[in-house]
Design a protein around this ligand. Structure first.
Ligand SMILES: Cc1cc2nc3c(=O)[nH]c(=O)nc-3n(C[C@H](O)[C@H](O)[C@H](O)COP(=O)(O)O)c2cc1C
Length: 386
C-alpha cells in the first residue's frame, strides 16, 4: 500500500494579511502593525491548525510606487521588525516555526548569525531565515549603496559567502561545549570551540559567535530567488524553497530543477522542501459564500486592481483537491499560504481545510517534534567544519 504524501503548510503574512489592501477590511484591527496581541491570536490559530511555520517577509525601504513618489499604498510602510516580532511571538506559542527575513546585501553575517541563534534559543529550536539579496533602489539608498549592486547576479556570490559564514558561526561551539561548572569555574570546554577565522572575497570574520550552538544546529534556511543564481544558492544551502507564479507546470519544473541541482551538490534532494506559493486564499463552507467574501474584499480595491487580484476563493474540497494534485503531480511538497486579511480567513482555513486534508491522509494530526527541523522531517546538521 502506497503511503500518501503529507503536505507542509507555512503561513506567509504580515500583521494585515498578505494583500496590500488587507488593512482596509473591517475585521483588521485599527493599528495592525503594533497590535501584537491581535497578531499573536492569529498565530495561535495557525498553531491550532498545525501549520509548520509562520513566515514574515521584510523590505528595508519603502516599497516604490509606480511613479517612485513614495505615496503609493504599501503593506511594508508600517510593520514591526520581523525578528523582534517573532521573538515576542515565541513565548506565546509552542510548536509553530518562526521564519524571519534578512538581507545578505544590507547586513553583516555576525549580526545575523547572532540574531538567528538567539531566536532559535528563545523559541526552543523554531527559528528560520528567509535569505534575501534585496530588490529595491529605496533599500540600497538606506544603506548608502549603489542600487545597481542589487541587480547583478554577483549579489548571490555575496549571499553564498554570507550564508557559509553564518553557518560557520553557528558551529562556533560543539553542542556540549558549555559546561558552566561552578566547581572548576569552567564556562566551556576549550577543546570544543571551533574558531572560524574566515577570510573571503567579501567578509572577514574571526568568530567565535558569542552564544552556544542553536538548538536546531542550524536554524532553517529558506530561499525564494528563482533566477539561475538564486536556484544555485537554494541547491547549495537551503532547507526550504518557495516557488511562485506560472501555475502547476512552472512549479513542477522549478521543483525538479532545484532538486536536480541539490543532487549535483551532493545533497539528498528529499532534504530540500519545496513550497508553492498560494498568495491569498479565502475559504468558506460553500462556493457561494467564498465568492461573496471575495466580492466583499475586492470592493475594497481600486477598480483597476479588481481583475487580477490573485486571490483564490473556494471550499475546503477545492483547496484539498489542489493540494493533492500538486503533491501527487510532483509540483510541490507543500504550500506557503497567504490570506488577504487575517481575522476570519485564518480561522476558516484551520476549521475547514486542515480537517479535510487530515481526512484525506494529507496532513499531520499532531506536531511530530518540538523543533521546526523535526516537524519538517529534516535532520539536524553536523557542524560544517571539523
Ligand atoms: C513568496 C516570496 C517572498 C519573498 N519575500 C521577500 C522578502 O521578504 N524580502 C525580499 O527582499 N525579497 C523577497 N522575495 C524576493 C526573492 O528573495 C527574490 O529576490 C525574487 O523572487 C527575485 O528572484 P532572484 O533574486 O533570484 O532574481 C520574495 C519572493 C517570493 C516569491
Amino acid at each position: 500500500m502506497s503511503v500518501k504524501k503529507h503536505a507542509r503548510l507555512v503561513a506567509i503574512t504580515h500583521s494585515t494579511g498578505s494583500h496590500p489592501r488587507g488593512w482596509r477590511h473591517p475585521n483588521t484591527p485599527a493599528r495592525p502593525a503594533t497590535d501584537v496581541k491581535a497578531f499573536i491570536k492569529v498565530v495561535q490559530e495557525l498553531e491550532r491548525g498545525l501549520f509548520d511555520a509562520l513566515f514574515l517577509s521584510e523590505t528595508t525601504g519603502v516599497m516604490p510606487g509606480p511613479d517612485e513618489s513614495h505615496q503609493h499604498e504599501s503593506m511594508v510602510n508600517d510593520s514591526l521588525d520581523p525578528t523582534l516580532l517573532l521573538s515576542a511571538i515565541a513565548p506565546a506559542t509552542r510548536n509553530i516555526g518562526l521564519i524571519t527575513t534578512a538581507s545578505t546585501s544590507l547586513t553583516q553575517p555576525y549580526t545575523l548569525a547572532r540574531l538567528l541563534a538567539s531566536l532559535d534559543h528563545l523559541s526552543g529550536g523554531r527559528a528560520g531565515w528567509n535569505v534575501v539579496t534585496s530588490r529595491f533602489d529605496t533599500e540600497a539608498r538606506n544603506f548608502g549603496l549603489d542600487p545597481r549592486l542589487l541587480r547583478t547576479p554577483e549579489r548571490y556570490d555575496v549571499a553564498a559567502e554570507f550564508v557559509g559564514v553564518v553557518k560557520g558561526l553557528w558551529d562556533s561551539f560543539d553542542d556540549d561545549a558549555f559546561v558552566h561548572d561552578p566547581q572548576s569555574a569552567q564556562v566551556f570546554d576549550p577543546a570544543r570551540i571551533r574558531l572560524l577565522d574566515h577570510r573571503g572575497a567579501r567578509f572577514r570574520v574571526s568568530g567565535p559567535l558569542g552564544i552556544a550552538r542553536p538548538p536546531q544546529g542550524h536554524p532553517i534556511i529558506l530561499q525564494a530567488g528563482m533566477s539561475e543564481a538564486g536556484r544555485e544558492l537554494t541547491a547549495r544551502e537551503a532547507d526550504l524553497v518557495l516557488t511562485s507564479g506560472g501555475g502547476g507546470w512552472h512549479a513542477r519544473e522549478a521543483r525538479e530543477d532545484v532538486r536536480r541541482r541539490a543532487a549535483a551538490h551532493g545533497r539528498d534532494p528529499d532534504m530540500l522542501v519545496v513550497l508553492a506559493v498560494l498568495p491569498a486564499v479565502l475559504v468558506a463552507d460553500t462556493r457561494a459564500e467564498a465568492e461573496a467574501q471575495l466580492r466583499e474584499f475586492t470592493a475594497l480595491l481600486d477598480p483597476a486592481d479588481r481583475q487580477r487580484h490573485g486571490i483564490l476563493a473556494g471550499t475546503a474540497n477545492d483547496f484539498a483537491d489542489i493540494v493533492e494534485d500538486w503533491l501527487d503531480g510532483g509540483a510541490a511538497d507543500g504550500f506557503a499560504v497567504g490570506f488577504p486579511y487575517l481575522q476570519g480567513p485564518v480561522e476558516a482555513f484551520t476549521r475547514l481545510v486542515v480537517p479535510e486534508l487530515q481526512r484525506r491522509g494529507r496532513f499531520r494530526t499532531a506536531y511530530e517534534g518540538s523543533t521546526l527541523r523535526e516537524n519538517l522531517g529534516l535532520p539536524r546538521p553536523v557542524p560544517v567544519r571539523s
